[in-house]
Design a binder for this molecule. Sequence first.
Ligand SMILES: *Cc1c(COP(=O)(O)O)cnc(C)c1O
Length: 386
Amino acid sequence: MSSPTYAKTAASRSSDDAQTPVLLTPGPLTTSARVKEAMLRDWGSRDPAFVDLSHTVFERIRALAGGTEAAHVCVPLQGSGTFAVEAMLTTFVGAGERVLLLVNGAYGHRMADICRKSGRAVEIYEVAETDVHDAAEITRRLRADPKIGFVAMVHCETTSGLLNPLEEIASCVRAEGRWLLVDSMSGFGALPVDMSGLELAAMAASSNKCLQGVPGLGFVVCRKDLLEAARGRSPSVVLDLQAQAEALANGGQWRFTPPTHVIAALDAALAELEAEGGPPARLARYSRNLDTLLSGMADLGFYPALDPARQAPVIASFVEPHERWFAFPAFYEALRARGFAIYAGKMTGRGTFRVGVIGAIDPVTIDAFLLAAGEVVSEMKQKVIS
Ligand SMILES: *Cc1c(COP(=O)(O)O)cnc(C)c1O
């Protein structure tokens, strides 16, 4: 198999995709030509060829998450990643049960909204967006409240780009005999997730982040025993993971129209992940992207909002310069005109913007971005002087 070609510079691409910027965002992100080409054929959703394709895609994802065939299943779900998070929380956490939510950013708050709206009682343990949770405090809260059956956390908090310590939290949750639910949306495919080793209850992710597929599909890898125990718990028809898994297990048919092209693209994306050397090789490439980005941005006078030790190689938040020349909309537009789409900030309390390092991009792409960013900075500073 040929190695994938990564997005280089705006100039080196064909006129056809001159309109298509390199997406330095947390997903949807830049995908390879092979992934896009996989969407050029139509599939009948009841056709055995599609049923086979769908089955093998989700078996590979189950294995990537460290799940075993005997104990785990990957349940796919139409929709964006949040659909999978909502399905995970409302399928596993029963009405009247309490879930401890570990919050240090917007995606943690979103889990709280989901629980409240669906009548799941929550206890929130929130720390600053630049901090991680204290294991001793988690243990203390679990001991104080035996009604808490589940703890839920975000792996990489995309709000800031912070990496939460999954292994440490999983071991303290299991030591108290409770179950951990993980939103690993922005990390799965690169950051390691070991369902078996960490004894996780469930992990939610989507097609369009580190797996480098296209958007339209979420999935939850979970324990079969807990899924069976959750039979009838979901208040929703479409978001009921147990019902979805049961239908797929009995004949491989989806209950409702599957996103056929998205699944075909994900099949190609998984083949690329395998050819690259799996999640460790992908993580290494993203880490090289991040290192290139952080050092180049520092040269331009942009500083990261997080302690580098807490930064995941997924997306970096930069503090907006408090100088007259800088305004995010103009910065964005000038970079966009040069073929790069960055991302607005989401941290509370201070102005930040984000630059993603995931997708079919490599350090050459980041160098091209840094060159463009350098030109934009000079131009913007010049405008203030003249
Ligand atoms: C992207 C993301 C989601 C899902 O967002 P959607 O817009 O619904 O795809 C959930 N959690 C985290 C941490 C994310 O980065």
